[in-house]
Ligand binder design. Structure first.
Ligand code: NAP
Length: 316
């Protein structure tokens, strides 16, 4: 009789959130017993119900309930944190609990954006990334087996932001800089699957995994032109020059200065695409060549037929 392989038990912090919910759904689909840690006063009731009905085990608690966290961690194998940016440093509490629990085979902190150890960006975004780097260094110092994920841009999130497909009458699109810099846009469902695969893959242990499939590299001007072809509409492209973006990053109050700094880094400096991947880099689509990845072209088709709701999420 064939012995059935037991799938790793996966716990997701922030699993009701924008990115986290894709990870929870992928984890369930891939057959993992999946736990979602959610605050008692969470307002994500609809998402919690949806995830629960799909099979997620919801555990209510606060991140500073150390003993409770340790007991929960002892029941699982893998921990993924998809906490939002304002809660990034709270992950130090997860790290403390993982150290005490002593059984966690893999921890993925809440990165899921640009490859923070290889980019240099405008000061407001730099301060944002510095907190995420602090978490990476704490994980390494604690000798916790990790996978650090650079998911690059969430595809649907950025399509919504850049093209505003919901605004049927809007004919103006803002182009950041020249619009010619290539950016990496990865559909959130693929981010979910890649992340769960990597979280349980020995080849991704103590490595940075970068999500950069070839069909997901596109410039803003190419994206607009593709959208024009698909919709039959024509847009008036208004460029926001680099100097104005830099000035805005220096003059807008915190935290409004962060999005413009991110847009500058991605669409002017090209931080998601401007460094070569070397032999030692782990790129997700190369790691899982059999997984079908949604190209940007296909992502726009999804927007044409069944547009994902505009997202409320923090850039990253
Ligand atoms: N690359 C990209 O394009 C991109 C885009 C968006 C986000 N990101 C990154 O992805 C990560 C997750 O961001 P996100 O936007 O998905 O997060 P989010 O939806 O804003 O929040 C995730 C979850 O955090 C939990 N949470 C815990 N304490 C909280 C508090 N005090 N206030 C509010 N929520 C709290 C909530 O779960 P409960 O209510 O269940 O407790 C919430 O659902 C971040 O690292 C972010 O930088 C990247």
């Amino acid at each position: 009789m064939a012995v059935q392989k037991e799938e790793s038990k996966i716990l997701v912090f922030g699993g009701t959130g924008y990115i986290g919910s894709y990870m929870v759904k992928a984890s369930i689909k891939l057959g993992h017993p999946t736990y979602v840690f959610s605050r008692p006063n969470s307002n994500k009731t609809e998402m919690l119900n949806q995830l629960q009905s799909m099979g997620a085990i919801v555990v209510k608690g606060a991140i500073d309930e150390h003993d409770k966290l340790v007991l929960l961690l002892r029941e699982v194998d893998v921990v993924i944190s998809a906490l939002a940016y304002p809660q990034v440093l709270d992950q130090l509490k997860i790290i403390e609990a993982i150290k005490v629990a002593g059984n966690i085979k893999r921890f993925l902190p809440s990165d899921f954006g640009v490859e923070e150890d290889r980019v240099s960006v405008l000061p407001p975004f730099e301060a944002f990334l510095e907190k995420k780097r602090k978490i990476r260094r704490a994980v390494e110092a604690a000798n916790i087996p990790y996978t650090f994920v650079s998911a690059n841009c969430c595809g649907a999130y950025f399509v919504n932001f850049l093209l505003r497909p919901y605004e049927q009458t809007k004919e103006i699109i803002t182009v950041y800089g020249s619009g010619e810099t290539k950016a990496v846009l990865v559909y959130e469902e693929d981010i979910g699957v890649f992340t769960i695969k990597a979280a349980t893959d020995l080849r991704a242990c103590n490595r940075v995994v970068i999500y950069r499939p070839a069909a997901n590299l596109i410039s803003q001007l190419e994206l607009i032109s593709l959208w024009e072809k698909k919709t039959g509409r024509s847009f008036n492209k208004v460029h926001l020059p680099e100097e104005e973006m830099v000035t805005l990053s220096e003059t807008l109050p915190d935290p409004q200065n962060i999005p413009i700094s991110i847009l500058h880094s991605v669409f002017v400096k090209g931080v998601t695409s401007n460094f070569e991947l070397g032999e030692n880099d782990v790129e997700a689509s190369a790691l899982y060549p059999d997984l079908k990845v949604t190209s940007v072209d296909e992502l726009l088709d999804i927007f044409l037929c069944n547009p994902p709701k505009p997202a409320i999420a923090t850039f990253g």
